[in-house]
Ligand binder design. Structure first.
Ligand code: FDA
Length: 307
C-alpha cells in the first residue's frame, strides 16, 4: 500500500525539497522525464518519430502559485510548438496540458486557464496538430470539461482525458463519445477519496473496460492510455468488434515505461503515441510514476543508498 503514501508525499513541500535536492535523483528522474529544455528534448522527438511513433508532449510544472508562472507555462508550450514547426513534425506530435499549470487553481483560475490555453490550442492547430487536456484531481474536472467544451467550439479536435477510477466517468464517457471528439481513457493517477472513486485495482480495471466499450462503440476517437497488457488486448478486441480500422483509435503510453511494447504495437500497424514529459519542475509527475509501481521506489531508494 505504498502508492497512497507516495501520492500524499507528492503534495508535500518538505518532501519536494528533500527529493529534488538528492544528488542521485536526476538519474532516476531521467527515465521518465528525459530532458529539461526544448534543446534536450528535440533529439528524443526526432528519434521516436523516426521509429514510427507519435508523441504527445507535456511541459511539466503543475504546482504554480502566480499568474506570471501561468503565462510562462503558456510561453513554454508556444516555444515548443515553434520548434515543432521548424522540424516539420507538427502532425506527428501533439501537446498534453495540465490546466493547473495555466493558472486553474489561482483566483479567477477558470478564466485564467482558458485565456492561457487558448493561444496554445490555436498555435497547435496552425501547425496541423492538437492539444489534449490532462485530467487532474477530481475537484478540477468540472472546470476542465467546461474549458474543453469551450475550446471545441473553435477547435473541435481538442482532446481531453477521463479517468476510469472515478464514479462520474461512465456518464462523462457517454457524453463525450460523439462524432469528432478525441478522448484519452486512463486508470487515474491521483489520490482520490472513496466517495468519488473506486479504490481497488480490479474495480478500476472493470470500469476501464466498461468505459472503453462506450468509447469504442461511440462516434469519437478513443485514445487508450495504459500499459496494462490485459487492457491492451481487450482494447484490440473491442475495436475489432466495433468495426474500427487501425486509424480510428490509438494507443498511448508514457515515455520510459514498456518501451518494447510501444515498438511492438507500432510494428503491428497501430497508432502508438508516447507521452513525453520534460522540464525542470518534474516533482509531481515523477512522484506519480513512483506511486504507480512500488518497484520504482525501491530502485530509487537503492540508488540513493548505493551512492
Ligand atoms: P497499471 O498501473 O496496472 O500498470 C500496468 C503495467 O504497466 C504494470 O504492471 C507495469 O509493468 C507497467 N507500469 C505502469 N506504471 C508504471 C510505472 N510508473 N513505472 C513502471 N512500470 C509501470 N492519469 C491521470 O490521472 N490523468 C492524466 O491526464 C493521465 N494521462 C496519462 C497519459 C498517458 C498516455 C498514460 C499512459 C497515462 C496517463 N495517466 C494519467 C496515468 C494513468 O492514470 C495511470 O496512473 C498509469 O497509466 C498506470 O496505469 P496503467 O493503465 O498503465 O496500469
Amino acid at each position: 500500500m505504498l502508492g497512497p503514501v507516495i501520492l500524499a508525499a507528492s503534495r508535500s513541500d518538505r518532501m519536494r525539497r528533500l527529493i529534488s535536492a538528492a544528488p542521485v535523483t536526476k538519474q532516476v528522474v531521467d527515465r521518465f522525464i528525459p530532458g529539461e529544455t526544448v534543446a534536450d528534448i528535440v533529439p528524443i522527438i526526432k528519434d521516436l518519430t523516426a521509429k514510427g511513433l507519435e508523441l504527445t508532449m507535456d511541459v511539466v510544472g503543475e504546482d504554480i502559485t502566480t499568474p506570471e508562472q501561468a503565462t510562462a507555462a503558456r510561453d513554454a508550450y508556444l516555444a515548443l510548438i515553434d520548434h515543432l514547426k521548424d522540424l516539420g513534425l507538427g502532425e506527428r506530435v501533439e501537446m498534453s496540458v495540465k490546466l493547473s499549470m495555466f493558472g486553474q487553481a489561482l483566483e479567477g483560475g477558470h478564466e485564467l486557464a482558458l485565456a492561457n490555453v487558448r493561444p496554445v490550442v490555436e498555435a497547435a492547430a496552425a501547425i496541423g496538430t492538437t492539444v489534449t487536456l490532462d485530467a487532474e484531481d477530481h475537484t478540477t474536472l468540472d472546470s476542465m470539461f467546461a474549458i474543453h467544451e469551450e475550446l471545441r467550439k473553435d477547435f473541435p479536435q481538442t482532446g481531453c482525458v477521463i479517468q476510469a477510477y472515478l464514479f462520474r466517468t461512465e456518464a462523462d464517457a457517454r457524453r463525450l463519445a460523439e462524432s469528432g471528439s478525441r478522448v484519452r481513457l486512463v486508470k487515474g493517477a491521483y489520490k482520490e477519496p472513496a466517495e468519488v472513486a473506486y479504490q481497488q485495482k480490479h474495480e478500476i480495471d472493470k470500469a476501464y473496460v466498461r468505459i472503453l466499450r462506450t468509447l469504442m462503440e461511440g462516434e469519437g476517437y478513443p485514445m487508450i492510455g495504459s500499459h496494462d497488457p490485459r487492457l491492451i488486448a481487450i482494447a484490440q478486441e473491442l475495436a475489432h468488434k466495433a468495426g474500427r480500422k487501425l486509424d480510428e483509435y490509438e494507443f498511448q503510453m508514457l515515455y520510459g515505461i514498456r518501451g518494447d511494447e510501444h515498438l511492438r504495437l507500432a510494428a503491428e500497424g497501430h497508432r502508438m503515441r508516447v507521452y513525453t514529459a520534460y522540464g525542470t519542475d518534474w516533482y509531481g509527475y515523477f512522484m506519480r510514476r513512483l506511486a504507480e509501481k512500488p518497484a520504482n521506489l525501491r530502485f530509487f531508494l537503492r540508488s540513493m543508498v548505493s551512492k
